[in-house]
Design a protein around this ligand. Structure first.
Ligand code: SF4
Ligand code: SF4
Length: 316
């Protein structure tokens, strides 16, 4: 497997289930109300076909796999993660969780999954779960052999808890990452800016805490057209319907239609020979999964299997 070309894939599935109710939820607070895990039975089939397709690719895959909400609310989804973790071509499979899984649930999951290839991106939602419960879950996952990154969102009312979480992670040997949170749903009415924590008063502490993208990178991401980018060379995006694009913005009214479909077992992502190509997207490229591929961005290697750069994303 080591000699194979590396490929990063970001796949956002159609699963929409969550057990939390964060006021700032960007995904319209998916609930667990359906008897069936997937809204439509065909979505489960599509997901399974996409998983199969990924496991057959002749590359060494670094996979970030999002469900909308919490993956531990779906047994079927977790089974597919376990399946991917045993595939020979998978370097790691990273899933995003809110850390609410029960100890026994994780124990059961750990018997099915290849822990060496499992990566958990664990976001702490300060209004929804006690920090101790969350940290216990993170420690359980890490001690079971998974690669864990604790992620925090910085809001006006979570600055103190983020500082404490960072210290607690350091003490426990957990990798920590934090970014400023966006004011989705106008959750922070008293400060209606897009990034409510970012005030003049808070700036010094935010500057220290935030490990997201630097101001020049964010400025480029707001208007990426004319910047060179390696998406389509070492990275592709897979939509919930299995359509494959060079990146997520290209799947949302970008200048190119889908490159092909993961539902076609014969389809291989057309890896561009040239590493960089000028971006032709006329809108923003706000997700770090995408814009971290802009030319000139340095990405530090870490011990953790993480799809996203764990140090501040900046131009060299
Ligand atoms: S955990 Fe995520 S998906 Fe669930 S309500 Fe909170 S922000 Fe939304
Ligand atoms: S800059 Fe963003 S939108 Fe443009 S090609 Fe790269 S990832 Fe896609």
């Amino acid at each position: 497997m080591e000699n194979r070309q590396s490929l990063k894939l970001w796949y956002v599935s159609a699963l929409r289930r969550c057990n939390f109710r964060c006021a700032y939820c960007a995904s319209n607070q998916p609930a667990i109300k359906d008897r069936l895990e997937w809204k439509k039975p065909e979505e489960a089939d599509t997901h399974q076909q996409i998983v199969q397709w990924i496991t057959k690719l002749p590359y060494q895959i670094q996979l970030r796999m999002n469900s909308i909400g919490e993956p531990f609310t779906s047994k079927g989804y977790l089974d597919s993660v376990a399946q991917l973790s045993h595939a020979e071509n998978i370097q790691f499979v990273e899933i995003l969780t809110n850390g609410s899984f029960a100890k026994s649930q994780f124990e059961a999951f750990s018997k099915k999954v290849n822990m060496k290839k499992l990566s958990l991106w664990m976001t702490f939602h300060h209004t929804q779960i006690p920090m101790e419960t969350f940290l216990a879950a993170a420690m359980q996952a890490q001690e079971s052999g998974a690669s864990v990154v604790v992620h925090a969102l910085i809001f006006p009312d979570s600055i103190d808890s983020t500082i404490r979480l960072k210290a607690e992670c350091k003490q426990r040997g957990l990798t920590f990452h934090s970014v400023v949170g966006f004011n989705h749903n106008k959750a922070y009415k008293e400060n209606s800016s897009v990034i409510p924590a970012l005030t003049k008063e808070n700036w010094p502490i935010i500057h220290k805490l935030d490990s997201g993208s630097s101001v020049p990178v964010l400025a480029a991401a707001m208007k990426p057209a004319s910047f060179e980018c390696s998406a389509g060379h070492q990275y592709f995006f897979i939509s919930s319907r299995g359509n494959v694009y060079r990146c997520k913005p290209y799947s949302e009214g970008g200048p190119e239609s889908a490159l092909g479909s993961a539902l076609d077992p014969q389809f291989l992502p057309p890896i561009r020979k040239k590493k960089y190509l000028v971006c032709a997207h006329q809108r923003s490229c706000i997700c770090v999964e995408d814009h971290q591929h802009l030319k000139g961005i340095k990405v530090k290697k870490t011990k953790r299997n993480s799809f996203i750069s764990l140090s501040k994303i900046d131009f060299e």
